[in-house]
Design a binder for this molecule. Sequence first.
Ligand code: DQA
Length: 142
Amino acid sequence: TKLLILNGPNLNRLGKREPDIYGKSSLKDLEEELRSNFAEQLELSFKQSNWEGQLIDWIHEAEEKYEGIVFNPGAFTHYSYALRDAIASISIPVVEVHISNVHAREMFRSESVIAPVCVGQISGFGFDGYKMGLTYFLKRSG
Ligand code: DQA
C-alpha cells in the first residue's frame, strides 16, 4: 500500500517550534520513526509545504499515486476551504492528524473545515497520531 504523509505550514519547524506544545523531535525524526515502524507493511512518501497551492497540487496528484493520505494541514485546518475542496475532489481517503489537542487550545483551533471531508480526525497524541492514521490504512488494506 502506497501512502502519502503530508504536512502543512510550519511543520518543517518541528523540534524548534514551541517545543512545549509540539515536542523536541523534528520532521526528519517523525519520518524515521514512521519508516522504522511501517517499512515492511507500507510504502511511505513524505512531503511538507508552507504553501497552500503546493499542498493542493500534491493532493490532486496523490489520487493517481497513492491509496491514501495522512494529512496534518497545520493552521490551514481552521480556515482553508480550498484545501477542503481539494480533498473533496479526490476519491482516495484522507486522515486528518494533529500533534497537539486542537480542542484544548485557542477557540479558533477547535474548528476544522477539513474534518468533514476526511475519514476522521486524530488530535492530541503527538507523533503517535500519524501511526494511528497509518494503522487505519493497514487494517483497511487487510
Ligand atoms: C497542528 C495544530 C494547528 O492548530 C496548528 O496551527 C499547527 C499544528 C498540530 O499538529 O497540532 O500548525 O496542526
